[in-house]
Design a protein around this ligand. Structure first.
Ligand code: OOG
Ligand code: NI
Length: 464
C-alpha cells in the first residue's frame, strides 16, 4: 500500500498532462486553437447526440475528454529511454506495444507510455508515444559517430528531476511538495530549447541523412513534438481547421468514418518553423527547424487480433487500389471498409472487437446464473459496451511523421523489427496491448457471472 501522504500517480499524471498542455500552448500557439476547436466540437456532439456518444464511447464524458491528450517525444539513447521510462513510472505510465517505423521510412522504433488500469485511464488517459532513434540505420560511419558522441554528451533530465525520480522509487511515492517539484523539473526535459548542440554544417549533414535524425541529435533534449486532444467528431474538427485556414493534412489517417468508430483516426497541421542558433553562430546568424506540429484524434473500439488483421488488409487494399478505381483515397477507403461490419453486435459476435459486459437493471431483477452469455444478451439481462482503443497505429504514425518531414525525404529502410533490442534498451518488456484489452473484457464477464450467479448479492451491490 502506498503511504497516505503520497500524491497518487494518477494525480501526478493528470497534473503533469495539464502542465504539458499549458507549456505547449505557449510554445506552439496553434495548438491552443486546436484545443478550442476540439472543445467546441465535443460540446456540440455531446449536446446533439448524447445517445450516439454513450453507445459508442461510453467513457467519453466531458471531463475525461477535455483533459485527454497524447504527446510524442523522440530520444537518442538507451539511457535516455530508461530515464524517461522511470519518470513516467512515477506518473503511473507503463510501456505498451512495440512499433517498428523503419518499414515506413522512419529510423526509429517506439512504444507508448500510458496508464493501464481502467480506473487510471478514467482519471487521466495521458499517453506519450516515445521513439528511440536507431543509430544503426545511419549509413555514413563518420556521421553515425558524430551523432553518437553528441548524444553521449547531453543530459536530458536535471539533477533535481533525477533525485526526485530516485526518491519516488526508493520511498514508493512522492509527497505534495516533491510531487509539485517533480512535475516542474520533469516538464523541463520536454520543453523547446532553441540553442542547438551542433554547428550548422553538422545539422545540415544530419538533416540530409534524415530530418528526424537532425531533430533528435541536434538539440539539448527530447522536446515534445506534438500534443493531441481527443475529439468526438474528427470530420467536423477537420472541417473547422480548414475553415480557419489551419493547414490541415489532406487525408485523415486510419479507418473511414463509420457508425461504430474503430481504433483511431488522426489528422494534423504542418510543423511550424522555429528559429534556432547553432554552435559557433555569430551575432545575427542562425537557422530554422521544423518539427513541432498539432494533431487531433478520434478514438473508437479496440480490435482483437482478428479484427486488426482485417483492418490492416482493408487499409492496404485502399492504399493500393485496383485498376479502374477512382483514385480518390477517401473513396477507396470507404469502399474497402464496406467489408468491415459496422454494428457493435456484429463486431462482438464476429470476434472482431473487444467489449466489456455489464448486467442491466432487468438482468438484476430477472436474471439468473443459468444459460449462456448469448442467452443473457438476447434477453437483455446483459449488455456489451465497446472498450476504447488506447494505443496507436504504426501506418498512421508513419503518415504523420512523413507529412511533417517535408517532401522528398522518403528514405527507404528495410522493415526490421528489433523488439528484443528495444526492450533491452528500455530495461523491461513492453505490455502486449491485445492481452490488456482481453483481460479487461474477461474481468467484466467474471463480474457479470458473479452477479447473475448470485442475484441477491448482485442486487445488493448496485449503487449506480
Ligand atoms: C510520433 C508520431 C506517432 C501518433 O499519433 O501516431 C504519433 C512522432 O512524430 O514522434 O504520435
Ligand atoms: Ni500523435
Amino acid at each position: 500500500m502506498s503511504h497516505p501522504a503520497f500524491v497518487s500517480p494518477d494525480e501526478i499524471r493528470s497534473r503533469f498532462s495539464d502542465a504539458m498542455s499549458r507549456m505547449y500552448r505557449e510554445e506552439v500557439p496553434l495548438y491552443g486553437e486546436l484545443m478550442d476547436i476540439v472543445r467546441t466540437v465535443n460540446a456540440r456532439v455531446l449536446a446533439d447526440h448524447p445517445e450516439a456518444v454513450s453507445a459508442t464511447e461510453p467513457d467519453a464524458d466531458v471531463a475525461r475528454l477535455s483533459s485527454e491528450r497524447h504527446g510524442a517525444i523522440r530520444v537518442g539513447t538507451a539511457e535516455e529511454l530508461r530515464l524517461v521510462r522511470r519518470a513516467f513510472a512515477v506518473m503511473g505510465m507503463e510501456p505498451v506495444g512495440y512499433y517498428d517505423l523503419a518499414a515506413a521510412g522512419v529510423p526509429v522504433h517506439s512504444t507508448a507510455f500510458r496508464p493501464i488500469a481502467e480506473e487510471a485511464l478514467r482519471r487521466s488517459a495521458f499517453r506519450v508515444f516515445t521513439s528511440l532513434l536507431r543509430l544503426d540505420l545511419i549509413e555514413d560511419e563518420a556521421l553515425r559517430e558524430t551523432a553518437r558522441a553528441t548524444l553521449a554528451r547531453r543530459r536530458i533530465c536535471s539533477e533535481p528531476a533525477i533525485a526526485l525520480i530516485e526518491r519516488a522509487e526508493r520511498e514508493g511515492g512522492l509527497r505534495e511538495a516533491d510531487a509539485a517539484a517533480f512535475i516542474e523539473e520533469v516538464l523541463k526535459t520536454f520543453r523547446w530549447q532553441s540553442e542547438a548542440l551542433v554547428d550548422a554544417p553538422t545539422y545540415r549533414q544530419l538533416s540530409e541523412a534524415h530530418r528526424l535524425i537532425a531533430d533528435v541529435v541536434s538539440f539539448r533534449g527530447p522536446h515534445i513534438n506534438h500534443l493531441t486532444p481527443r475529439t468526438l467528431d474528427i470530420d467536423a474538427a477537420q472541417a473547422e481547421m480548414l475553415a480557419r485556414d489551419i493547414g490541415a493534412k489532406a487525408v485523415i489517417e486510419g479507418p473511414p468514418r463509420r457508425q461504430v468508430p474503430i481504433l483511431l483516426r488522426q489528422t494534423s497541421f504542418r510543423a511550424i518553423e522555429e528559429k534556432i542558433r547553432f554552435q559557433g553562430d555569430g551575432e545575427g546568424a542562425g537557422g530554422t527547424h521544423t518539427a513541432r506540429f498539432g494533431e487531433i484524434e478520434q478514438r473508437g473500439v479496440a480490435l482483437t487480433r482478428k479484427g486488426r488483421a482485417l483492418y490492416d488488409a482493408l487499409l492496404e487494399q485502399a492504399r493500393q487500389p485496383q485498376e479502374g478505381s477512382s483514385g480518390d483515397y477517401d473513396e477507396n477507403l470507404r469502399r474497402a471498409f464496406v467489408a468491415f461490419p459496422d454494428t457493435l453486435e456484429a463486431l462482438r459476435a464476429g470476434g472482431l472487437a473487444y467489449v466489456r459486459y455489464a448486467v442491466t437493471p432487468k438482468g438484476l431483477r430477472e436474471g439468473s446464473g443459468e444459460g449462456s452469455l448469448e442467452d443473457w444478451l438476447a434477453r437483455g439481462h446483459v449488455v456489451a459496451e465497446p472498450i476504447t482503443y488506447e494505443d496507436f497505429l504504426p501506418v498512421s504514425a508513419a503518415g504523420i511523421f512523413q507529412s511533417n518531414l517535408g517532401d522528398g525525404t522518403h528514405q527507404a529502410y528495410a522493415a526490421s523489427p528489433e523488439r528484443a533490442a528495444f526492450e533491452q534498451a528500455l530495461g523491461i518488456p513492453v505490455h502486449d496491448e491485445f492481452a490488456l484489452y482481453e483481460a479487461l473484457s474477461r474481468a467484466s464477464l467474471a463480474v457479470v457471472r458473479e452477479r447473475l450467479g448470485h442475484p441477491a448479492s448482485g442486487a445488493h451491490e448496485v449503487h449506480s
